[in-house]
Design a protein around this ligand. Structure first.
Ligand code: BTN
Length: 243
């Protein structure tokens, strides 16, 4: 596996996208100790100080039809969630589509960006940010009540490179399963086991507007199924609030 490790950069997703464009192979990992312009979803910034977290991006070249794109994020979320649960000794829950939380506090976020040519996805950047060794006082005020780290949950610090290694191994295993089955089915069951979204009322800010309902399932494509006042609705991409 190609690994590009950098002390400081703007965003591993940005560098990974550039490298992908110039032909860096499938599976390349871009990782940084510190990001000065870490990106979250919906244009938000991602707090990425030096020495404490895992800020990394994987370059994938999956050749999937566009409709299957969300599934890659779910595969990554399952892999990270399983490893964080094992390491922390506490259940890490997945909030659809891709936040990993311990007791409602966010420990990991995933930002997937992709490039397509005529309805086929040719390259995907899966950016993973994990709070590993931060203590509570190291989070800025606005994050203190909503963020957590592996160290806070487990009560001990972790060796970041070992955590990275475990995540890559688990991701590879699940990604191979996914590719081999040619379907999302095996991942879907594991995702459901780790979900903290199913069974809860959620508000989803979708490109088509606000949808509110009980989250009852994720379908075979990875879409969230909501039971709303006007029947079952599928959500393919959104930010959700859980109540
Ligand atoms: C989110 O929950 O909003 C997604 C956060 C994703 C953060 C990671 S850190 C590594 C990679 N590089 C970025 O700029 N963002 C992702």
């Amino acid at each position: 596996q190609h690994i590009v490790a950098v002390k400081e950069l703007d965003s591993t997703n940005v560098l990974a996208a550039k490298l992908a464009e110039t032909g860096e192979p499938d599976g390349t990992l871009v990782i940084a100790d510190c990001q000065t312009g870490g990106k979250g979803r919906r244009g938000k910034a991602w707090f990425s100080p030096p020495g404490t977290g895992i800020w990394m991006s994987l370059i994938l070249r999956p050749h999937l039809p566009l409709a299957q794109a969300p599934q890659l994020t779910l595969v990554a979320a399952v892999a990270v969630g399983q490893v964080l649960s094992d390491l922390a000794g506490h259940r890490a829950g997945i909030k659809w589509p891709n936040d990993i939380l311990f007791e409602d506090r966010k420990c990991c976020g995933i930002l997937t960006e992709m490039n397509m040519e005529s309805e086929e996805i040719t390259r995907v950047i899966v950016g993973i940010g994990i709070n590993v060794n931060q203590t509570e006082i190291e989070f800025p005020d606005e994050l203190r009540d909503i963020a957590t780290s592996l160290r806070i949950v487990a009560g001990r610090p972790f060796h970041r490179a070992k955590v990275v290694q475990r995540i890559l191994e688990r991701f590879e295993l699940l990604y191979d399963q996914y590719a081999e089955y040619g379907s999302f089915a095996p991942i879907r069951e594991q995702w459901k086991q780790q979900s903290i979204t199913l069974g809860r009322y959620v508000s989803a800010h979708t490109p088509r507007g606000l949808l509110t309902g009980l989250a009852v399932d994720i379908d075979e494509m990875g879409a969230l199924v909501l039971e709303t006042d006007s029947g079952r609705q599928k959500v393919y991409s959104a930010d959700i609030q859980v109540s």
